[in-house]
Write a protein that binds this ligand. Structure first.
Ligand code: GLN
Length: 276
């Protein structure tokens, strides 16, 4: 291992970066194109590049933003300032939705608060024939969404989910998926330095974190066909509250799925087969 890489690890560790060694290796690869474990050291130009990247990460800019792309499921997304970074936890949300779509030909799917488009793109890739629409309000996130969905067949709409439901045909959707902003007021005041650099608009779910769940369970019910589904990413402590909101709005077969860390992460709500 070379001295420049060792110094980089030490710098990121001192700055409190979690997984400093992993991040250092990623930055080293970005600056040099080579693996630090097999490398003698950077050239002067590479060292200058590396030092600029190290400053940004030491200032706790998300690694994803510095790299400019990040993997989700089996594909890679463009990311950067202004859009929520795709998280491994969200993969379970997408997989839960895909399981519900099995056997359904050309399902109509909406991804609300789509951000990078990770959930909608995951559905489009693994549910052949799915007609997916990603909806996003933020102009900054929109930039990444359109780049990520280009040439994929996924449709994009720039709209506010608090009014978008009024434009949807009744019972036209087989499934609506969303990772809405869900952090509480208290959580918003205690963000990790990296998360604090992500858009508050993608994180802030109102005082109790449930503002978007109240909206989605109530206003998007009409848009889902009988027997169709609403699949929501949730915070680890929100399972009981979101299940209760769903039941209160007449959704049935409500259930929760855990992420790889063992925390509640997805809520699944079905529209009754026959609306009453
Ligand atoms: N999972 C994110 C976090 O913990 C929150 C994402 C969201 O609000 N949708 O930072």
């Amino acid at each position: 291992m070379n001295a420049a890489f060792q110094k980089l690890c030490a710098k990121l560790t001192a700055a409190g970066v979690p997984d400093a060694r992993f991040d250092a290796a990623e930055l080293y690869r970005l600056a040099t194109g080579r693996d630090p474990r097999l490398d003698d050291g950077p050239s002067a130009a590479e060292a200058a590049r590396l030092s600029a990247l190290a400053e940004r990460r030491a200032a706790r800019e998300p690694l994803q933003y510095i790299l400019g792309e990040w993997d989700f499921m089996d594909f890679t997304l463009k990311v950067g300032p202004g859009v929520l970074c795709p998280r491994a936890d969200s993969e379970i949300v997408c997989e839960s939705a895909l399981a519900l779509l099995q056997g359904r030909e050309q399902p109509v799917v909406y991804d609300l608060c789509a951000g990078t488009g990770c959930l909608g793109l995951g559905i489009a890739r693994h549910s052949p024939g799915a007609l997916v629409t990603c909806v996003e309000k933020s102009p900054e996130a929109w930039h990444y969404l359109t780049a990520n969905t280009a040439q994929t067949g996924v449709r994009t709409v720039q709209a506010d989910v608090f009014t978008y439901y009024k434009t949807l045909p009744a019972e036209g959707a087989d499934l609506i998926i969303s990772n809405p902003p869900y952090l509480t007021g208290a959580e918003m005041r205690a963000l990790m330095p990296e998360t604090a650099q992500e858009p508050a608009m993608a994180l802030d779910g109102g005082t109790d974190g449930l503002d978007f769940y109240r909206l989605l369970t109530e206003k998007y019910r009409d848009a889902v066909r009988p027997g169709g589904w609403l699949v929501l990413e949730i915070g680890y402590a929100q399972g009981p509250a979101v299940l209760a909101l769903g039941a209160a709005c007449g959704w049935v077969n409500t259930s929760c799925r855990k992420d790889y860390g063992g925390n509640d992460r997805a809520v699944l709500l079905q529209k009754p087969e026959k609306s009453c």
